[in-house]
Ligand binder design. Structure first.
Ligand code: P1T
Length: 387
């Protein structure tokens, strides 16, 4: 019987046999756009690099293994992965989405899908009665992030997947914030997992990429068709970089999560802080779910500063180790202002209702020494006049 490998081993080996020609231990970067055929219309393993490429295939196999799925698909960005999945829809179809999603995902649903006749209801999926009310006969996907970006809310994947299954609607989970190291939605009943591999999976802020993973053969066939037909595929070079990044994913995520937990603990109750959104804090409303659903609470937190927009700007501009930048999940710590940056495409009244206000800053905790990070935050509090 085949030994069932654990995530730390899969991260290094899944999909990556030594290359048969040279026995190279690292996956070769096959840059060829096309592959020679012996007879017309009889390709061997690969035909054309949009439909398949050896370096991409290794990445896709590795991603599938990490998520506990059977089929992995890599894309040129997380947004490309999301849009490719949403191309399973047709005019008149309906999506139920969690209310707190990355601004670009909201934009995709609201500004790209809606004009094409696909509507979305955004609901707080912590309340299952809201899900029940939002589901319609024409609902074709339930879509959610957990933890959510940027409020770090958690949704119960297993409970929602069960509800969805009873209504015959598949559940898609954007697992970007948790990474497969902390949470595996397919095992909890999701039909498909989506990633911005730009984030933890690559981990080094040098690739924009995305992924879908499923164990549903019919869905995999459809995604494979759409991946090739739409063509939003990553370059072999980027696939190599992501594969390289994945090797340290479990180690990075565990270390980053421990540092984030420490910073969250210190920030909670500090002068100048209204609220810390971090699932690892006992004060977090979904703390019990976090303990059940995630192996660790992760390395993302958002902090509602007791600050107006000017003070929040001063805070962010004063940081020296945290880089003021969009994105997350890299080895370097990043800080940003969701209302002005990553979630600016969400209408202000929706942002206000979610708690994405002028004082909210989001932190992505990296691999630097946690004491240096804590000192950096302290310096920013002082510079912003927040005590
Ligand atoms: O940037 P891209 O690789 O296209 O991924 C989009 C995306 C999808 N899902 C989640 C949860 C995300 O956080 C993102 C991208 N987010 C940022 C760039 C950000 O700073 O939040």
């Amino acid at each position: 019987m085949q030994q069932r490998l654990r995530p730390d081993t899969l991260a290094i080996h899944a999909g990556q046999e030594p290359d048969p020609t040279h026995r190279a231990v690292m996956q070769p970067i096959v840059l060829a756009s096309t592959f020679a055929q012996d007879e017309p219309g009889k390709p061997t393993a690969f035909e054309y690099s949009r439909s398949g490429n050896p370096t991409r295939q290794a990445l896709e196999a590795c991603l599938a293994a990490l998520e506990g799925g059977t089929h992995g698909f890599a894309f040129g960005s997380g947004s490309a992965a999301a849009l490719t999945l949403l191309h399973t829809l047709k005019p008149g179809d309906h999506v139920v989405s969690g209310d707190d999603v990355y601004g670009g995902t909201f934009r995709l649903l609201d500004k790209v899908l809606k004009p094409m006749g696909v509507t979305t209801s955004f609901v707080d999926l912590r309340d299952l009665s809201q899900l029940d009310q939002a589901l319609r006969p024409e609902t074709r996907w339930v879509w959610m992030e957990t933890p959510t970006n940027p409020m770090l809310k958690l949704f119960d994947i297993q409970a929602i997947a069960e509800r969805c299954r009873a209504r015959g609607v598949p559940l898609a989970v954007d697992n970007t914030f948790a990474s497969p190291v902390l949470q595996q939605p397919l095992a909890l009943g999701a039909a498909v997992v989506m990633h911005s591999t730009t984030k933890y999976i690559n981990g080094h802020s040098d690739v924009v990429g995305g992924a879908l993973v499923t164990s549903d053969t019919a869905l995999a066939e459809r995604i494979g068709f759409l991946q090739n037909a739409i063509g939003a595929v990553p370059s072999p070079m980027d696939c190599y970089l992501v594969l390289r990044g994945i090797k340290t994913l479990p180690v990075r995520v565990r270390h980053q999560s421990a540092s984030a937990a420490e910073l969250a603990r210190r920030l909670e109750g500090r002068r100048g802080v209204r609220r810390v959104n971090y699932p690892g804090l006992a004060s977090h409303p979904d703390h019990a779910l976090a303990q059940r659903q995630m192996s660790l609470p992760g390395a993302m937190l958002s902090v509602d500063l007791d600050a107006d927009l000017d003070a929040a700007r001063r805070f962010l501009s004063a940081l020296r180790i945290f880089t003021l930048a969009e994105s997350l999940g890299g080895v370097e710590s990043l800080a940003e202002h969701p209302a002005l940056m990553t979630h600016a495409s969400i209408p202000k009244e929706t942002r206000d209702a979610l708690g994405i206000g002028d004082g909210l800053v989001r932190l992505s905790v990296g691999l630097e020494d946690v004491e240096d990070l804590a000192a950096d935050l302290e310096g920013a509090f002082r510079a912003a006049g927040l005590g």
